[in-house]
Design a protein around this ligand. Structure first.
Ligand code: GLU
Length: 425
């Protein structure tokens, strides 16, 4: 094992790639991972940077920087979303691609890990500008993506429509319709029933497992959700329907609190009408970020990276942290949560419901045969529950925290695949 190189404390709080690498090194040491495989797995296999020219509506040409990183294709094609955001960085996409490798291995689906991102302000762009940017990005990546190579999906600020443009652009270049190049598509274009809710549903399923494990009572379990995008809103709704009290919702523009439980269906309807949660009448307001440390049993961060840090981790009151987002806890904060005895359901397990139903979508596209929603949900439940048991069982057996267990389990599976394949000269 290479000598330990301590990452600067600041980077452990702010750079997801540094957080990922610190956890990888820690798990590799516990696993006694072969030094050669350590080197193979520590860095992505391929990193593509693109400068994408786009004609804007006013006639101007703008050039956007975009990335696609493929961390590993040892267990199958690369798999992972594409995000559009102003603060995308190569290090962030690297971390997200690597997390996809571990995530797919934790739930044991036959994919590697990849991720993409474009630095842009999607809220300030027209549909036409977004479409031209998406199509050019896809065309530039034509040789590198595909149903057997690397299969993108939605992530922050991308959706079914963006996936439909990717599918169409790829198909035009391939001279045939190839729906399996991307997942998270609209139902009418080879999408899967249950895909949109899948990440939130997966969160709900592992929360149920954790509640049972800790002997908590559903009716008295208070939940606080951060983020009300695709993951947070579906997780909140499904937990609400399952009988949990969602007492708080933290959004980037402010939080809402109601001690006896927020009316989640009413909130979803309110947000659809007003484009914001602010002004919702039946709740108290809270400054953004404050609810992360409020009293609850389950905290479900479903927004973005680096939300639970050394600045607030010690004040977290939740018994369970269910990581709906990728990388919401910094590596520097891990230890604080560990010492407090918080039961962390790590991102690479907690939010794996999305990519699991992406896998079902890919299978359905390739078979040309589509499943009923109940079938999708049953198979998802089976995979999430057994993966939860695998990770928790591993943690208990090897006396490590849940996150380290998930990394070790995943890294062992990927390392085994590399050993079986061998290194091509
Ligand atoms: N973007 C989602 C994630 O981070 C889904 C990826 C996929 O379905 O490929 O897991």
């Amino acid at each position: 094992m290479p000598a330990e190189t301590a990452a600067p404390a600041e980077a452990l709080e702010s750079n997801p790639w540094v957080s990922q690498a610190a956890r990888f090194d820690y798990a590799a040491r516990k696993l006694n991972l072969d030094e050669g495989l350590w080197k193979v797995l520590r860095y992505p296999t391929r990193e593509i940077t693109l400068h994408i020219p786009v004609q804007m509506d006013d006639g101007r040409i703008e050039v956007f920087t975009g990335y696609r990183v493929q961390h590993s294709v040892a267990r199958g094609p690369g798999k992972g979303g594409i995000r559009y955001a102003p603060d995308v960085t190569l290090d962030e996409v690297r971390a997200l691609a690597t997390w996809m490798t571990w995530k797919c291995a934790v739930v044991n689906i036959p994919f590697g890990g990849a991720k993409g991102g474009i630095i842009c302000q999607p809220r300030l762009m027209s549909q036409g500008e977004l479409e031209r940017m998406t199509r050019r990005y896809t065309a530039e990546l034509f040789e590198f993506i595909g149903p057997e190579r690397d299969v993108p999906a939605p992530d922050v600020n991308t959706n079914e429509q963006v996936m439909a443009w990717i599918m169409d652009t790829y198909s035009m270049h391939a001279r045939q319709t190839m729906t399996a190049v991307v997942t998270g598509k609209p139902l009418d274009l080879g999408g899967s029933r249950g895909r949109k809710e899948a990440t939130g549903r997966g969160c709900m399923l592992v929360c149920e497992q954790a509640v049972q494990k800790l002997g908590l009572n559903r009716d008295t379990t208070r939940v606080i959700v951060q983020g009300f995008g695709n993951v947070g809103s579906h997780a909140a709704l499904l937990l609400h329907q399952a009988g949990y009290k969602i007492v708080g919702l933290d959004e980037y523009d402010g939080g809402l609190y109601h001690a006896s439980g927020l009316d989640i269906p009413a909130l979803i309807a309110y947000r659809a009408r007003n484009q914001t949660l602010q002004g919702f009448p039946e709740a108290e307001t809270r400054p953004a970020g404050e609810l992360l440390t409020a009293a609850c049993e389950i905290l479900l961060p479903a927004a973005t990276e680096n939300q639970i840090t050394t600045h607030n981790a010690a004040r977290i009151q939740a018994r369970i942290v269910c990581e709906g987002a990728n990388g919401p806890t910094t590596a520097a904060a891990d230890e604080i949560l560990r010492d407090k005895g918080v039961f962390v359901i790590p991102d690479i397990l907690a939010n794996a419901g999305g990519v699991t139903v992406s896998y079902f979508e890919w299978v359905q596209d390739r078979q040309g045969y589509f499943w009923k929603e109940s079938e999708v949900n049953d198979q998802l439940r089976h995979i999430m529950e057994s993966s939860f048991q695998d990770v928790i069982g591993y943690a208990e057996k090897h006396q490590v925290d849940n996150r380290t267990a998930a990394y070790m389990l995943a890294m062992d599976r990927v390392a085994f695949a590399i050993k079986l394949r061998g290194i091509y000269a």
